[in-house]
Ligand binder design. Sequence first.
Ligand code: SF4
Length: 236
Amino acid sequence: MTTNCIQQPKESYKNRIFTCGLVAWPGVKHVSNKDFSPVIEAALKTEGFKETSPEKTILVGFGHDAVMSVAPVVIDAVKNGKIRHFFLVGGCDGAKPGRNYFTEFAEKVPKDCVILTLACGKYRFNKLEFGDIGGIPRLLDVGQCNDAYSAIQIAVALAGAFKCGVNELPLSMILSWYEQKAVCILLTLLHLGIKNIRLGPSLPAFLTPAAINVLVEKFNIMPTKTAEEDLKAILG
Ligand code: SF4
């Protein structure tokens, strides 16, 4: 673990997890002075896997430069009705029940819509087949949580192309949260004036009722319901 996102490790793997830099956990070995030999030793000691799962290739790399390099094709597809809506399904993953919402949501997104993914939550569903719309992959992975900037740039560029605000785009943000970094990204989106974000599987516990009221009134933030209900509400 190099920066954050650690949670209490189970005893079953505590001796195979390491921290370095700012992260530490009681009882977990900390790598200092860039001496990674304990990590290498632990890796060499493991048995490895008995079976190899079938090979699977996942297309990645749709940062804003890559997406905007094909902007005319994407914009045409929206204008001629081939792409109805974009969904940004982004945020953290976590162990709490209810996070299957995001897989269900991605599976239920209609075939004429594109899903942009961002950060760890996508690992639940990015191995599924989503196909393409006239050559444009239906699942475009923008990157990790640190690439949220890229997603914002795509949204801003699309808004520029359609001569409207980001909130008027056929784009909905469905975000999962878990980590303080994700909360910072949410605050950035709010600072940019992005509205109608759906947040789940639960709202951050530190949000007081008064803070939730502000978020609802000013930004129309909504907790996720079920995948069906949310899709119906968004697509009408
Ligand atoms: S998406 Fe969340 S859990 Fe994943 S690396 Fe980023 S902050 Fe950590």
